[in-house]
Write a protein that binds this ligand. Sequence first.
Ligand code: SF4
Length: 551
Amino acid sequence: MELREWQKKLKEKIKSAINNNKLVFLNSPTGSGKTLFSLLVGLETKGKVLFLVRTHNEYNPVFRDFLKINTDKNLKFSFLMGKPTACLFSEGDASTDDINCNLCSFKTSIIDLEVEKYPNEFVKELKKQGIEEGFCPYFSLFNDIGKADVIVLTYPYFFIDKFRESLGIEFEDYLIVVDEAHNVEKIGDFEERTLSSHLLDMAIKQAKNEFVKFILQRIKDELIRIASNVESYIRANEIPEISDDEIEVLKEEYEELREQMIKERKIKRIYLGSVIKFYESYKDDEELVPFIHKNKIVLKSVDISNFLQILNDDNLTFLLMSGTLPPEDYIKKIWNITRSLIYINVEREIKEKVSGDYECILATDVTSKYDSRGDVMWKKYGDYLLKVYYQAKAHVLSVFPSYEIMNKVMGFIQVPKYLEDEDSEIETLYSFVQKFNKTIIGAVGRGKLTEGVELVKDGRSLISDVVIVGIPYPPPDDYTKLVAQKISERLGRKIDEYLYKIPALMTVRQSIGRGIRGINDHVKVWLLDRRFDSLWWKKNLNCFNPKKTRL
Ligand code: SF4
C-alpha cells in the first residue's frame, strides 16, 4: 500500500515511541489519513488495535480503512453498539438500564459473526436476522469483540471504569487509539445526570401508580421553585428532596415497567429510570455537583482529569490523535498526565502542509467583551455577517460565544440561515443546506456543529467562510470556576490561561477545521473581535499577517 509522504516519514518514529512505552500524541489535520496510519502502526507494533471514537457514526471510516488494509482477509474486525441500538426489542430511545435482559429468552442465544458490512448497516441486518432466527445481536457483538484484531468502541466503554471492566478483554494486548482526542476531557458529560420538568412530565405520563405520580409531581413543583432559565451553570444549593422510602416506591414502579416492556417485546425509554438515576448518582457519586441550567438541575463532574487517569497506566499503550490537540503543556497539567509522552505535530515535524489551508481577515472595530455588549454591537456583527455572506462562494459557518449572542446577532439577518440549538440534530442542518446554494449557519462554540458538522460534496468542503463572532471563551460561570478551583488546588497556582484562553483557541481551531475537510480546501477565516489582534492569537492561529478590515 502506497503511504503518504508524512506517513512514510513518521511511521518508524511513532512505532519506536510506542515500543518504548511512551504515551503518543499525534496532531494532524482532518483528511490527512490518520485512521489508516494508526491501524497500520497498531498492527505492526502490538498486533491488535482498539479504536475509540465519539459516536457510532465514526465507526464507518475505521471500517473503510480496515478494508483497505485487510486485502488478504486474514484480519478480523469487530465493534460494539449498546443495547439501545442492538437489542431486538429496543425502539432506539431506551436507555441501557431500561432493558432487562434477565427476563429475555435470547440472552444466551448468540451467534458467531463476520463483519463484512459497514457497522450501522451490519447491525440493522443483524437485528432482522436475530428476529427471524432467534438470537441476540447485542450479546453476539459482545461475544465477538475479544476475538478481533481491530475493535471499535465509543469512549465510555473504555474511559468509564464499570464499562471497561465489563468488557473482559486484555487491554495490554492492544494499541489503544483515541480518535479526536481533544474530546476526551468531555468524557464526564457521559456521566452527567439531568432533572427537568420535561423528564418529570414524561415520567408522570408513563407511571401507573397514583402515589408515584404524586411524588413526581411534588419533585416537579420543587424543581420549578429552585431552577431558573439561565444559559450558564449556577451552583444549586439544594435539589428537590426525596426520601429513601419514596425512592423505593419509584424503583418498584420502574421494575414493573421494565418487566412489562420486555414481555411485550417493545422497549422504549422509561423516564422514571432517569429520575431514579439522577438521585442515585447524587447520593453515591461525590464528584458530581448540582448546577442550575436552563430550568433544569444538572449533575456535573468538576474534575475533568478523573476519567483520564487510565492514560497514566504504564501497562497500556496509547496513540491519541486529533486535528486540534490542545498544547502539550495543557495536556500535562489539565489532564494530569504524569507519564512520559511524545507530542508530534505532523505539519511542524515534516515542514509541509498535509491538508487544506486558510487565510485570516481580522476586524478591529468589534468585540464581544462584556463591557461593549449591547444592541449596537450585535447590529454591527449582523452587518459583518451579511458582508461575509454576500462575498462568500458557498456556505458561511458563524461561531458565537453563546446562544444568547447568536440569537441577538442572527435576529438582524434576513437571508437563508440555520441556527443551532441544544437539541438540534446535525441531520436537520444537512437537509436544510441542500435547499440553498449558500446559507449562514449559526453555531455555538463547543456545541454540536463546531464539533461534528461535515458539509462535503465531491470531496470538497461546502463551507467557504468561517466567521468567529467574538472570542468564544467558556462562560465564567460557577461550573468553570469550580473546575478552575480543582485544578488550581492540584497545581498549586492559578490557571486562567488554561481554562479560558486555551479552550477558546481550541474552539476557534475546531471551527476552522469544519471548513477544511481535505487537501484541496481553502477557507476564509473572519476573526471578528479586536482582541484577536494580539501576538498570542496570531501565533497560535498561525495568522501572522491577517488582512485587517473595518465596517
Ligand atoms: S434481545 Fe434480549 S438479551 Fe438481547 S439485548 Fe435485547 S433484551 Fe437483552
